[in-house]
Ligand binder design. Structure first.
Ligand code: PMP
Length: 426
């Protein structure tokens, strides 16, 4: 089929009428499907059931350094947990703090501490005269933007390219001392699946922000979440050290999408100065996190290789779902010039970009047909997509047959809404 823009009014009207009929046939089925959140499917969760058996009432719960994991203490985590998560996050165990169950929680805490107590002796942000500003590569992760919005931080959109954020823009904006941070998901970004290039990472390591308390929030949530072969990126912390800016970055990671979201373990890796600064505050907050869960993870996986083997099983379960969506989009939308989409090599999302001014309508029509999608605009700060064109597709949760059907409906809706829009312009 030729591109919609090249069709005559008559051709496009005929196409539109046919689409309306097939859309109505989906609506009449009263479906209830969900492609909204990046949650693992229950078959993925089953992969980690065995972790619940590795410690029981008969287990020795002594850690490698003699710590009794049942008791208080060990503020930065058990040594073997720091090693496991350090290896996963490409970090020296000594640079790691193992926390509780959520990396998002750590990010929130870092910002809250920066507001109330300041970063390494700098003025707490709550005492600054002007606004705090933050760089947000877009499209990006809605919950990141939710945190910075909640703190009243002024968010600045940074365009995302195929190799990472627009570094010319980043380098220009960090000259403003009010800019205190940037959200980064360097591997298989949410939602674009972008993997930052070596050059982008090098430019991050060489950033010269005006604010001494500027930090890169390097959320490597999908560091070992490959769909195909492993992709490695340079370690930002090492690069920052080599560039003479060791304190520039906080790295985050968790096992949420490795074991159980909400019941995994999360970690932060950073320079010794930053780590000391954080622990000095954290010691007033907790006596230590859940070390039994740390032990459970370590004993279940053993080492990084164990983690990697486990991730291959995840990939085998979710790869067909990604491929089903991509196949349908290719077959149904290929050549029509009504949208583009990513073909991620890992992570949890496909990012779809339709014609300007269509995303809200597409998501609304999907809902009418019984398919819940991530809200249009969610991938932008303040939920404001300037082009109203980006939609995040999350294919992991529903079973394969449901995801295939949801993708069919999505393609129909994209065509319907695009045809309607283009007809109005003819
Ligand atoms: N960061 C990113 C980029 C994510 O996509 C997610 C989950 N959707 C999280 C963090 C949440 O991580 P956690 O469960 O460790 O809080």
């Amino acid at each position: 089929m030729k591109p919609y823009v090249e069709m005559s009014k008559e051709e496009l009207t005929a196409e539109y009428e046919a689409l309306k009929a097939s859309y109505q046939s989906y609506v009449d089925r009263h479906l209830s499907l969900n492609m909204a959140r990046g949650k693992p499917g229950s078959d993925q969760l089953d992969l980690s059931r065995g972790m619940l058996d590795v410690i029981n009432s008969a287990s020795d719960l002594t850690a490698s350094d003699g710590t009794d994991a049942r008791n208080y203490g060990c503020l930065d985590g058990l040594p073997e947990a720091k090693k496991l998560l350090g290896d996963m996050m490409d970090s020296d165990p000594e640079d790691v703090i193992v926390y509780g169950n959520s990396s998002l929680n750590i990010m929130y805490d870092q910002i809250a501490r920066s507001y109330t107590f300041g970063v390494m002796g700098n003025t707490p942000w709550c005492q600054l005269d002007g606004p705090v500003k933050w760089l947000c590569p877009v499209p990006g992760y809605d919950r990141h933007f939710g945190i910075t919005e909640f703190f009243g931080i002024e968010m600045i959109n940074i365009p995302m390219h195929e190799d990472g954020p627009d570094m010319d823009a980043v380098e220009a904006f960090v000259k403003d001392p009010a800019v205190k941070g940037i959200w980064c998901v360097p591997k298989y970004s949410n939602p674009g699946g972008v993997v930052y290039s070596d050059e982008v990472i090098d430019r991050f390591a060489h950033l010269q922000p005006a604010a001494k308390d500027f930090r890169i929030y390097w959320d490597n949530a999908y560091c070992i979440h490959h769909l195909y072969e492993e992709i490695d990126i340079p370690d930002i912390l090492k690069a920052c050290k080599e560039a003479g800016h060791p304190d520039l970055v906080y790295k985050f990671g968790s096992t949420s999408k490795i074991t159980f979201p909400g019941a995994g373990i999360a970690a932060l890796a950073t320079s010794p100065n930053n780590k000391k600064d954080i622990l000095n505050q954290m010691k007033h907050q907790t006596i230590g996190h859940d070390k039994l869960n740390q032990l459970r993870h370590v004993r279940f996986f053993g080492d990084l290789n164990g983690l990697k083997e486990h991730m291959k099983k995840h990939a085998d379960l979710i790869r067909p779902k990604f491929e089903a969506v991509e196949k349908t989009l290719n077959e149904q939308l290929g050549g029509l010039e009504v949208g583009t989409w990513t073909n991620p090599k890992g992570g949890y999302f496909i990012s779809f970009t339709g014609l300007d001014g269509t995303a809200q309508e597409i998501v609304a029509k999907m809902k009418e047909a019984g398919v819940v999608m991530t809200g249009a605009g969610a991938t932008y700060p303040y939920h404001k997509d300037p082009h109203d064109s980006n939609i995040r597709i999350a294919p992991t949760l529903p079973p394969l047959d449901e995801i295939a059907l949801a993708a069919e409906i999505f393609a129909t809706v994209v065509k319907l809404v695009s045809a309607e829009k283009l007809l109005a312009q003819k």
